[in-house]
Design a protein around this ligand. Structure first.
Ligand SMILES: [Mn+2]
Length: 548
């Protein structure tokens, strides 16, 4: 069996996570691993969606969780029986399929009970006194097991409790033997002994079985008809016929209607608990529609899970797809600190202190002498540019730069232009619908002892768009300042490429005297090297507002 292998990034996936999953799955496929597939455990963010769409790449398979399910370990072709099936056939099923528990299903294939070989044997082998003679069967089942024909009487499905007598003695002894039994419960078997045949019919026996294929006179048959005795002829000898009669009992008489069942979509853990605590040897798995899907025993729990994982862009289980702890992890490709659990087998583990997982994956392509397809090269480039903010982040390493220039050749893209396109796809103002929405999207309140102020932040690539709508943004700021009763409302417009922010502000006009940054025009400042609202902008504002 070939396992499905999912290459999957962390929860709340970012571009690096999804890009490295797709690119690494692709590399594995090119190396002949046909069952490897990229997956994700969360929706792609707008930036990732833009990149996939632009490159014409499919979104990876969405996996909400990978907890092993009942269906993962099930043999989907269970052996089943119908309740009308005679024991003879049931025993053949047990034998032929070497099973110990047999589910019994109705005409819709829905389980109605189980039969266990152990309980069945106990019923037969540990027989009480009544059971020695007692045979529960229907006329149809009896006739079929005997491979016989009806000489008189009709087949019927009704199960009757009969007493079996073999007519292998002189007529007098036979008559006294059956004395005291209700004739309507008598099942008599005899061969070519007309006197016994006669005695059974005279007595009004329920069923007379003529063994060895011997004939019965027309007179006796006429008498049987008028006495209500069913006469069946079988080719088997008496000993065999007696044995077959016992095995003609319909399964119905042995079905245990009490059984444990579980849905195929339920967790394997749930199945394990049922098997451990129910005391039942097997649990029946059912499909959504209630029909039988399979049968699970304790040994089913040893069935290997038909899938495994390759983790990219993370190694800690807390960040992994839910259920990852129950699934085999084959490889880890990452650039984060280690927090991975111990493994039971040696695994491929590649982690490097570089700017992105895509750098590691691209390195693997290069080392193996495999040129990525143009769009995969572009995707890897996108992953690196996203994680390193176009190589501006302090996490960027020489190896990232080197791989970026290799990927530029492979993809035919310029990393600066492509990076700007990626960042402007989901940054800037246009994505928000209106200047006020852009301002409100990430607007936070801050307070000092005496005053409340607010600062929003929008990330852009280049300030052109900002200047086009600057006056509308100012109007929006005035409105927000009033609505929120702020002494000051500002908007940080951060160019992630030049690492510069523009600060557009309403309120506290005297700020101009203390701001300490270049004032480009009334209400607008340029803050070179300021990118962080939390670490740079707000502490500065608190300081200067306090000095006023
Ligand atoms: Mn990453």
């Amino acid at each position: 069996m070939h396992k499905n292998i999912y290459v999957i990034g962390h929860r709340n996936p970012d571009t690096d996570s999804i890009a490295s999953a797709i690119a690494y799955a692709e590399l594995k496929k090119r190396q002949g691993h046909s069952t490897v597939r990229a997956a994700m455990t969360g929706e792609p963010n707008p930036q990732t969606r833009y990149i996939l769409q632009r490159l014409g790449l499919e979104t990876p398979l969405f996996l909400a969780d990978v907890h092993p399910k009942v269906r993962d370990i099930l043999n989907r072709q269970p052996v089943t029986a119908r309740s009308t099936m005679p024991l003879k056939e049931v025993l053949e099923l047990f034998h032929r399929h070497t099973i110990r528990v047999l589910p019994v299903v109705d005409t819709d294939n829905a389980p109605i009970g189980v039969v266990s070989l152990l309980k069945l044997s106990e019923k037969y082998l540990v027989a009480g006194t009544d059971r020695k003679r007692g045979v529960d069967t229907s006329r149809r089942s009896l006739k079929e097991c005997l491979e016989g024909i009806f000489l008189t009487g009709e087949p019927s499905e009704t199960v009757e409790h009969l007493h079996l007598f073999i007519g292998a003695m002189v007529e007098g002894s036979f008559t006294s033997r059956i004395e005291g039994y209700d004739p309507a419960t008598l099942l008599v078997m005899t061969g070519d002994r007309p006197s016994i045949q006669q005695a059974a019919i005279d007595k009004g026996a329920r069923i007379l079985v003529i063994t060895g294929g011997f004939a019965v006179t027309d007179e006796l048959l006429a008498a049987a008809r008028s006495n209500g005795t069913t006469v069946i002829s079988t080719p088997h000898d008496t000993a065999t016929a007696a044995w077959l009669a016992r095995l003609s009992t319909p399964l119905d008489c042995f079905v245990d209607p009490k059984f444990e069942k579980i849905g195929v979509a339920e967790s394997l853990e749930h199945l394990r608990l049922k098997l451990l605590h129910s005391g039942e040897p097997a649990v029946i798995a059912v499909e959504e529609d209630g029909s039988i899907a399979g049968i699970a025993t304790k040994s089913s729990l040893l069935t290997p899970i038909p899938y495994a994982l390759i983790l990219v862009d993370h190694n800690e289980l807390a960040q992994a797809v839910p259920g990852a702890e129950s699934v085999e992890i084959l490889e880890v490709i990452d650039h984060h600190k280690l927090g991975n659990p111990p493994t039971s087998q040696p695994i491929t583990f590649m982690a490097a202190p570089v700017g992105s997982t895509c750098t590691v994956v691209a390195t693997l392509y290069r080392e193996r002498g495999i040129d990525p397809e143009q769009k995969i090269a572009a995707l890897l480039l996108a992953g690196i540019l996203s994680d390193t903010v176009i190589l501006k982040s302090p996490t960027t390493t020489g190896r990232d730069r080197e791989i970026v220039s290799w990927l530029e050749q492979q993809s035919g893209l310029d990393h600066v232009t492509f990076g700007r396109e990626i960042f402007s796809s989901c940054s800037g103002f246009s994505a928000y619908g209106s200047p006020e929405k852009a301002l409100r999207a990430d607007f936070k309140h801050f307070s000092t002892a005496e005053m409340l102020f607010g600062v929003g932040q929008v990330e852009v690539v280049g300030f052109d768009e900002f200047y086009e709508i600057k006056e509308e943004l100012r109007t929006a700021l005035k409105r927000v300042k009033e609505q929120d009763r702020l002494v000051l409302a500002g908007l940080m417009v951060t160019d992630i490429y030049t690492e510069t922010s523009l600060f557009l502000v309403e309120g506290k006009n005297e700020l101009a005297h203390v701001m300490g940054y270049t004032q480009l025009e009334p209400h607008l400042y340029e803050l070179k090297g300021v990118m962080s609202r939390k670490k740079q902008m707000v502490p500065h504002l608190l300081k200067v507002l306090g000095s006023l």
